[in-house]
Write a new protein. Sequence first.
Length: 88
Amino acid sequence: MNAAPWIAFGLVMVVISGVGAVHMRHTTRQLYIELESLRESRDTLNMDWNRLELELSTLAAPVLVDRAARSRLGMAEPTPNTIRYLRP
């Protein structure tokens, strides 16, 4: 039996295996870079969300709502004479 074809087959398999390993390592690095970029985007979006929630809670404070109602809309508390009660 001639061993040359088996040796050639083995060398081809080693080369294919090496190319596959290099390709997988490259793909893994690309995916890791993308993952880190997505994590950074997530962190930025979380900070923006927290800032907006804080801004919303500040703007919805009863004192600010009352002040805006009085100054912008000209609203005032009703006097006892203007309050009407309805019976069911």
